[in-house]
Design a protein around this ligand. Structure first.
Ligand code: FA5
Length: 364
């Protein structure tokens, strides 16, 4: 009897333990379901992403009740662990899904808020560039000459030896070729043009006088650079051809140009010089505006800066263009744009123009 009682006592103890385990299992399941229901209710009402972020932490964060339950799984039997584990993972997935849905909903709202235009917000300042001083000078020159009835012509920067030299009365063995150390291309009959004079014969072959053109453009020379020399620089050619064009015309057009370009009185002088494609030939110098003619690095201490060459077009050049000898006469010049800009803006070093130094460029 005693033994039976003992056995019964032991059995009821086992039953109590089993019941306690069952109750705690049910409680865990209920807890998980409660957490999910609570999450659904609260997350539904969320109005902004900060709130949502805090709730995500509250429901699924490291210190959340949910994670606490998951940590407790290790104390359960294998069968219980499996049961609660499956429920917990499913619930976790559902809560994540609700949070993601809400995130999408909120970001959609933000998008439409963005689309609203608040006209009171100050605008963003756009960085806009401006013309390079050489472009400014080039445009000024074009305006001045078109106002005097000139046309603006153009020509290739990669030029044939013929137009750059031969047609300009500079045959291959002429010493004047040495004055312009040129970049020849692999094909030796082609070169980077060393002067805008190369356009003279090109243009005249296509047009009959009267001719009044300017040709602004890039030139290239194998130069040792210094304060007044660059390997790549701009010139503008002027060519006027007609029946009775003379040096008086050259002087007056040049005078008109200088007055309009500088806007103030500048001292310009014409001195004899030699270019095979003009006869007679001159050079234009300007009294240095940087030092007022006293001598500085811009004019290399001379007080004068050479602006360009000029003269009456040599008849050989007119003949190279297909005109009859002595049928027409004309004048031409080639001025350096950088040097004109140096004198206009009082710049003492030509290398600044193409240096890419924004501190320099922004001054214009
Ligand atoms: C000539 O290029 C002649 N074609 C000018 C000419 C045209 C003469 C028509 C007669 C009739 P010159 O080599 O002197 O000439 O150059 C003319 C001007 O171009 C110079 O006075 C100078 O202002 C500019 N120049 C020449 N070489 C350079 C250089 N390396 N860097 C900057 N400017 C230059």
């Amino acid at each position: 009897m005693k033994t039976d009682k003992k056995r019964m006592g032991a059995n009821s103890f086992v039953l109590v333990v089993i019941n306690i385990q069952l109750v705690s299992l049910l409680m865990m399941e209920q807890k998980i379901v409660d957490i999910k229901n609570q999450a659904v209710e609260i997350i539904k009402k969320v109005k902004n992403s900060d709130e949502l972020f805090n709730l995500e932490k509250k429901f699924l964060g490291r210190k959340s009740e949910f994670v606490g339950i998951l940590k407790g799984l290790k104390d359960l039997s294998e069968e219980e662990r499996r049961k609660i584990g499956v429920l917990a993972n499913k619930t976790k997935g559902e809560i994540i899904e609700i949070i993601l849905k809400k995130k999408t909903e909120l970001s959609g709202q933000r998008g439409s808020e963005k689309e609203k235009i608040d006209v009171t917000i100050p605008g963003k300042k756009k960085e806009i560039g401006h013309l390079h001083p050489i472009s400014v000078v080039r445009r000024d020159i074009e305006d001045i000459f078109t106002s005097m009835g000139f046309e603006i012509a153009d020509g290739p920067e990669v030029e044939t030896e013929f137009y750059n030299f031969d047609a300009l009365n500079i045959p291959a063995d002429h010493p004047a070729r040495d004055m312009q150390d040129t970049f020849f291309l692999k094909d030796e009959k082609l070169a980077m043009r060393s002067q805008t004079s190369s356009v003279q014969v090109r243009y005249m072959q296509q047009h009959k006088p009267p001719i009044k053109i300017i040709v602004p453009g890039k030139c290239f020379r194998n130069e040792a650079t210094d304060t007044t020399h660059e390997h790549t620089f701009y010139q503008f050619e002027a060519l006027v051809v007609g029946k009775d064009i003379n040096i008086g015309n050259l002087k007056i057009v040049a005078h008109q140009f200088f007055s309009a370009f500088f806007g103030t009185d500048v001292k310009v002088r014409l001195r004899p010089s030699y270019f095979p494609f003009v006869e007679p030939g001159f050079e234009f110098d300007i009294s240095c505006t940087v030092c007022g003619g006293k001598g500085c690095r811009a004019c290399k201490g001379n007080g004068w800066l050479e602006l360009g060459g000029a003269g009456m077009v040599n008849q050989n050049v007119l003949e190279a263009a297909g005109y009859k000898c002595n049928e027409y006469q004309g004048f031409a010049w080639g001025f350096g744009l950088e040097r004109l800009a140096m004198m206009k803006y009082k710049i003492d070093d030509i290398r600044l123009f193409h240096s890419g130094d924004l501190r320099f460029i922004r001054q214009f």
